[in-house]
Ligand binder design. Sequence first.
Ligand code: 5GP
Length: 191
Amino acid sequence: MLVILSGVSGAGKDTIKKELIKRMQDVESLPSYTSRKPREDEEEGVQYHFISKEKFEEKIKNNEFYEYDLHHNNYYGTSKKLMNEKIHNGKIIVKDIEVNGTENLLEILKNETKVVTIFLKVEKEELRKRLEKRGDHLSPEDIELRLGRLKYEESKICNYDYVIKNDDFEKTVYIIETIIKSEKKLLEKNR
Ligand code: 5GP
């Protein structure tokens, strides 16, 4: 099963994903490939595999991605090989992907894997505060770029099974844990 978390950059996807992995036994992340530079607290192979733009384009040519997107001037993509390995081992993958990638993956995986989609909603001014406080020193232009994306991302909410207002970390994690457990039970029942 693949659980997709979406919502604009700063919506809290990464922190929530880490907490779910800590709390739930079968849940794992799936690092994407990206051409952006690592942030201070990021390690190769944990959130992402960091590669150059040229190497990324080579992988596109070799058809190594289920989907990829050019986002904030950087590439992001989901590796076919890495995802298939985890799913065949019975893992529940929690992955944060922006709205275009989600749309593509839903189409590609619809007959192969159960995909559960969750959208995290945050108010614009709250989001601005979070982006300003974040440790990766975003420039004012970078912050505006991310805020400008909010309307577009929210226009895709109809593709999601669940929409959660992420104004309370504990509550959000609890709701997502409950969703994952229920979806897993339903999947086992329908097998
Ligand atoms: P960030 O640079 O803040 O880590 O991520 C920027 C955006 O890229 C986020 O909205 C994140 O969800 C998205 N992203 C991360 N991995 C992938 C991926 O494999 N494919 C797509 N399409 N988007 C991704």
